[in-house]
Write a protein that binds this ligand. Structure first.
Ligand code: NAP
Length: 279
């Protein structure tokens, strides 16, 4: 029998998740459906009650509900608690369990890019300290990274995030200006800010002049598929990647939690790329 899955957030007009999951259900011959549920802040609590009553099997959570949904769930996995946000909800014996697949999704995509099993011996710079940065930084700090620096416009937010990560790794918090002066120290630089995202396509989160040769530059943005920051980095010889693989991986990990089946990540990537007009 077909099961119902979904996405809770507002606004959802541009989300690629329904297309990605519904295509995968169809290709795998599964009779399930993934439905966007537009819920504003004051509608979330009633919306979650409705999900329970309707027997929705699992759902993703996006802006602005990733934090506010936590008290409405029966249990939250430890990593999601540390990240302080939930992007995936699944059922276990009628309980709604919150998880966060953004962090692991990002980590898996980063390891694929570096071609290594771990981040041991890597110095990582995370630019930004918002919601996405929390998932990225917590997962990286738990992965055995050598050292991590978090740079943010609002330094206090970087400091708070460093405190969360410090039990697992050596972590510093600095300003964007200071990061700019020490760029050659990093093996991997990650942009988790929205700078460069359409329509803000002519700005970069940090200049690339002083990055070291062979540095990995990873941007969480995938619209546009190549931000100006990545273009400049690529032209300087950096290994670059956009946020599409993180998006696909977080969706694939959610899919696995819901159904216990591995979806086809290459096909999911193709589905989203085709929609975004990429190759
Ligand atoms: P958020 O919570 O609003 O955080 C935004 C971050 O960007 C903050 O660190 C903020 O600094 C910084 N920022 C914004 N404008 C800035 C500016 N003009 N100058 C300097 N810093 C600025 O947003 P989010 O949810 O973390 O999302 C961030 C980006 O990640 C978005 O582009 C989103 O699309 C992308 N994302 C991608 C994926 C994926 O699957 N690939 C998943 C999640 C998010 P302050 O703290 O100083 O305000």
């Amino acid at each position: 029998m077909g099961k119902l899955f979904g996405l809770v957030g507002h606004p959802l007009g541009h989300s690629m998740s329904p297309l990605m999951h519904n295509t995968e259900f169809r290709e795998l011959g599964l009779p399930h459906h993934y439905q966007p549920f537009e819920l504003k802040e004051d509608e979330l609590e009633e919306g979650i009650k409705a999900m329970r009553l309707l027997g929705v099997e699992g759902f993703n959570v996006t802006i602005p509900h990733k934090v506010s949904i936590i008290p409405m769930l029966d249990e939250v996995e430890q990593e999601a608690m540390e990240i302080g946000a939930v992007n995936t909800v699944y059922r276990k014996e009628n309980l709604l369990i919150g998880a966060n697949t953004d962090g692991q999704g990002y980590l898996q995509s980063l390891l694929k890019l570096t071609g290594e099993d771990s981040l041991v011996n890597k110095n990582v710079l995370v630019i930004g300290a918002g919601g996405a940065a929390r998932a990225v930084a917590v997962s990286i700090s738990r992965s055995g990274v050598s050292s991590m620096t978090i740079a943010n416009r609002t330094v206090e937010k970087a400091e708070k995030l460093s405190d969360v990560c410090r039990p697992y790794a050596e972590v510093d918090a600095i300003s964007l200006e200071l990061a700019n002066l020490s760029l050659e120290a990093y093996d991997i630089i990650i942009n988790t800010t929205s700078i460069g995202m359409s329509p803000d396509i002519n700005n970069v989160p940090i200049p690339v002049q002083d990055v070291k040769e062979g540095v990995v530059m990873s941007d969480l943005i995938y619209n546009p598929l190549e931000t100006l920051w990545l273009t400049e980095g690529r032209e300087k010889g950096a290994i670059t990647a956009n946020g599409l693989s993180m998006f696909v991986e977080q969706g694939a990990l959610a899919f696995e939690k819901w159904l216990g089946i591995k979806p086809d990540r290459s096909r999911m990537t193709e589905t989203v790329l085709n929609k975004l007009g990429g190759k």
